[in-house]
Design a protein around this ligand. Structure first.
Ligand SMILES: C[S@@+](CC[C@H](N)C(=O)[O-])C[C@H]1O[C@@H](n2cnc3c(N)ncnc32)[C@H](O)[C@@H]1O
Length: 289
């Protein structure tokens, strides 16, 4: 396995200034996602753990955002949530930094047709400031796009401007404490891999032949970044606390009944104190005040 590369945000910023004046980790991450974009939807759909987590994120979104809302999907990927978002009555604008993901999401939007066809833009989360102020009622970010930004405080400030007063963000974000992951890799003697989520700054996570620059974060730190920009936390739940993480799909295939029961328990206890701070991802809802 390739070594995990580590750079903190200011080292990257320095390299960025020296090389291109842009943010190279965004481009590198986008290129990594380009490489998986064509198979992403199919492999996600075939993974029962991911499907269960996706159902829970969308249910949380519907609990906090009424139909008819203008919704910004941050890091939409190939549009895997698109159909469900439109069916829920949202008017969707979606952005992603990966051109191939955007092409797939547009193809999916064209195929769905209809008056409520989502608008899909090739734009990074760092470019939220390009939207007119108060353009959206809500934002949604599913399965970790917000882990790929180096400066959550800046994202929170930009998102606050893009949202109308009272607007909410519903996000699933990769957390630091994933009990299954720690146990799995410690049992295999891979201490570095077991503790990778505890590292600070951006961590280079291999994906195919690319690198996804990932910033693991606790729900507390994530909420504080948004609270300091004028948001208040409204909801929190752990995803994948007692159920295994999605990359254990082979284990899920061998033990479908057991994993189904664990997923049901996960859903039951995900919002409990302590438990909600853990998991492969956490689901968080923040409201612009
Ligand atoms: C794990 S995928 C999740 C995709 C989709 N939300 C889903 O639920 O399947 C993460 C997505 O975030 C996008 N992404 C990563 N960093 C980004 C950034 N800085 N700005 C916009 N999109 C980004 C990637 O290109 C990728 O499509």
């Amino acid at each position: 396995m390739r070594a995990v590369r580590l750079l903190d945000a200011h080292q990257l910023e320095e390299r960025a200034v020296a090389v291109t004046g842009e943010r190279p980790w965004v481009d590198e991450t986008a290129r990594a996602f380009d490489l998986v974009a064509l198979e992403y939807d199919r492999t996600n759909r075939a993974n029962p753990i991911l499907e269960h987590m996706r159902r829970r994120s969308l249910a949380m979104l519907r609990r906090h955002v009424p139909p008819g809302a203008e919704l910004l999907d941050l890091g939409c990927g190939p549009g895997t949530d698109q159909q469900e978002l439109v069916a829920s009555g949202y008017c969707v604008t979606a952005i992603d930094a990966s051109p191939v993901m955007v092409r797939e999401a547009r193809r999916r939007a064209d195929a769905s047709g209809g008056a409520h066809r989502p608008t899909v833009l090739c734009r990074s989360i760092e470019q939220l400031g390009k939207f007119q102020p108060a353009s959206f009622d809500a934002a949604f970010s599913n399965f970790g796009p917000l882990n790929c930004v180096a400066d959550l405080h800046d994202t929170a400030r930009q998102l606050r401007l893009a949202l109308r007063p009272g607007g909410v963000l519903v996000a699933s974000v990769m957390g630091r404490v994933c009990p299954w992951e720690v146990a799995l890799f410690l049992c295999r003697g891979q201490v570095g891999r077991a503790l990778v989520r505890f590292r600070r700054g951006l961590v280079g996570v291999p994906l195919k032949r690319g690198t996804v620059w990932t910033h693991y974060v606790t729900p507390g730190a994530f909420a504080r970044a948004f609270e300091s920009a004028g948001f208040a936390q409204r909801d929190l739940a752990g995803l994948g606390v007692v159920a295994p993480p999605p990359y254990m799909e082979a284990f899920a295939g061998r033990n479908p009944g057991a994993v189904e029961r664990l997923l049901a328990i996960d859903e039951l206890v995900g919002g409990w104190p302590l438990v909600r701070g853990m998991g492969d991802h956490f689901l968080i809802v923040l409201q612009r005040i």
